[in-house]
Design a binder for this molecule. Sequence first.
Ligand code: PLP
Length: 314
Amino acid sequence: MIVGGVAQGLHLTVQALAGRLPQGRAAHDLDWFVDRIANPAPRPGRVRLAVEDPTSLRQLPLLRAAGADLVAVPVDEEGVDIGALAASGARVVLLTPAHQYPTGVVLAPCRRAELIEWAVATGATILEDDYDAEFRFDRDPVGCLQGLAPDRVILVGSVSKSLAPGLRLGWVAAPAEVAESVRQVRGELDLGSPVIEQHALADLIRTGDYDRQLRRMRREYRARRDALVRALAEHLPEITVHGVSAGLHLFAELPWNWDEFSAVETAQSCGLAVEPVTPMRHAQGPPAMVVGFARLPPHRADGVIRTLAEQLPR
Ligand SMILES: Cc1ncc(COP(=O)(O)O)c(C=O)c1O
């Protein structure tokens, strides 16, 4: 189903999983419509949903609003902790397996197998946020979880990273029953996504232009990533960089005695796109920041990082 980005895809899917379904007949049935005016929507349902710790802060309010009671499950260097997930009592888990946001960790093959085993054994649902799959720089693309267990995994993606976030164009690929529920929930919200953009995207894909654009941008973003990583290694060797093999951001771990928020403020004043990691964490962790490089051309990286190194309060 085509939706307004991962954000809307998650919102609709969680509503569907939480049981916020329109009752009765299909939404285009006139009797149903008249009945719904007389009898307001049923009370919203709730679902226990596990999110990775740390996680993308922006999505939490929309998940809660859709009916999720959130529980945080730690992420280590192999990805989400499956034992902790099983112990959390969650019926749904939201994951970024190909490039964990924000740490950049790839979910290890053994964890993938354990995760699917857990979902099959408990009847749980995995929400796979495949937000930056198009940009892999140093290794082969990581396969989707959805391909391993299409009846347990709902895949959500968008063109926000590959084209532009302002397009608000994304998709939900779900098992037929869930897809039908998502469609019904969508029917209660609005009358669908703009079709002109969808035709334009379909045309881009059909003609091969989308593939060409991805190849071009992969080269460009790789050059941006390389320049940033080089500059950090040269001017700020105290910072440990993680998660650089994919995506449009890197995870910069700061020394323990640095103040994360003043480092972020200084980096922003130097023109870098950075965010503090502490607000994304449930459990405590080392000071760190997410550094986006999509808008930092290679020729500017060295100068910006040199200035940052001079100005950072340490
Ligand atoms: C973790 C994560 N998921 C998804 C997205 C994309 O969201 P949307 O498709 O709603 O723009 C982003 C940001 O671009 C993100 O950081």
